[in-house]
Write a protein that binds this ligand. Structure first.
Ligand code: DGY
Length: 325
């Protein structure tokens, strides 16, 4: 029987499938450096926030598949995996609706000051400071969506549904595809930043998207604008965003992801003005978690069975020597 290592226990329904098909080891620790002996024995690994670097891949010659319970794959050294013929399975599409709904939740929470007002309400503060609030209605406002993959598209559909104008940027999506949805196509994201009332990023964290939004970019945004990051920490420069909020350069931000996770309790971003934070929980719904786990387990078992699984971060792996053999 093949050996599969899991960084964490998954839902019982998917665990049952794994127990039927493999010998399973659950590490309860996202860092495989802490249990290299087990990792070296594994034919496949299922990662829930598990970090797999070059050293691990190079020292685990039995490893045939790395399967992520996530769409993001920034915790895995994908290039090294590809060199070793290892498909990196990801849960493409599985949590798109969940993350999109959370994005809308953060937009509303920031704009309508839900957290601040909750705190006021429970502390008996019922002062109607007429005229002193800047909250706006979303109807007819412009949302700039940077990255129109599965998640960005879901955000666009939801926001269109509540009467927002959609401005879209994605270098991999054609103008025709954007315009057929009655969204406005932008060739570069910098132009979106200048006009949008809300900006939401939905791109993966790769070298080209690192620091895509820094102070220089934030300074071009409307003073009344809100910035949302439910994608990955590091796409929006965290310290720049905190400074911009504290200095009132933009009106607010909603953040689900951080440059280091978990961030230090005193990280500047957590204490910035007019920010609503969540703990990388945008994809956490009953439906999405189950979809991700099922996809991840299916991908892992399919590859261990010697078959190609299409939902991978490195489709070029199948062109390499290992798969040609
Ligand atoms: C994803 O799928 O990448 C989510 O951010 C959960 O990690």
């Amino acid at each position: 029987m093949k050996k599969i290592l899991l960084t964490s226990l998954l839902h019982k329904d998917v665990m049952d499938i794994l127990y039927e098909n493999a010998e399973v080891y659950i590490a309860n620790d996202p860092n495989p450096h802490n249990y290299m002996d087990k990792m070296k024995e594994a034919d496949g690994a299922i990662l829930l926030l598990g970090k797999v670097d070059k050293e691990i891949i190079e020292n685990c010659p039995k490893l045939k598949v790395l399967s992520n319970v996530s769409v993001g794959y920034d915790l895995v050294d994908v290039d090294t995996a590809t060199k070793h013929g290892i498909p990196v399975c990801i849960s493409i599409g599985a949590n798109a609706r969940a993350v999109a709904e959370h994005t809308l939740g953060l937009i509303l929470a920031v704009d309508r000051q839900i957290v601040t007002w909750h705190n006021e309400a429970v502390n008996g503060i019922f002062e109607y400071k007429t005229g002193t609030y800047n909250n706006f209605e979303l109807l007819n406002k412009k949302i700039g969506i940077i990255g129109l993959g599965n998640i960005g598209k879901n955000v666009a559909k939801i926001c269109k549904g509540i009467g927002m104008e959609i401005l879209g940027y994605d270098p991999y999506i054609s103008r025709e595809e954007v315009e057929k949805n009655d969204w406005v196509y932008y060739e570069n994201y910098e132009d979106i930043l200048k006009v949008a009332d809300v900006v939401s990023v939905h791109v993966p964290l790769v070298p080209e998207t690192t620091d895509m939004i820094t102070m220089k970019h934030i300074k071009t945004m409307k003073k009344s604008a809100i910035l949302i990051n439910c994608a990955r920490g590091g796409i929006v420069n965290e310290n720049d965003l905190a400074d911009a909020l504290n200095e009132g350069i933009i009106a607010g931000a909603g953040v689900d992801v951080y440059e280091n996770e978990p961030p230090n309790a005193d990280a500047k971003i957590l204490h910035a003005k007019n920010i609503v934070c969540s703990p990388h929980s945008a994809s956490i719904t009953k439906e999405a978690v189950m979809n991700m786990m099922q996809m991840c387990v299916k991908g892992c078992l399919t590859v261990l069975n010697g078959e190609k699984w299409p939902y991978v971060a490195n489709p070029e792996v199948y062109e390499g020597e290992v798969w040609k053999k």
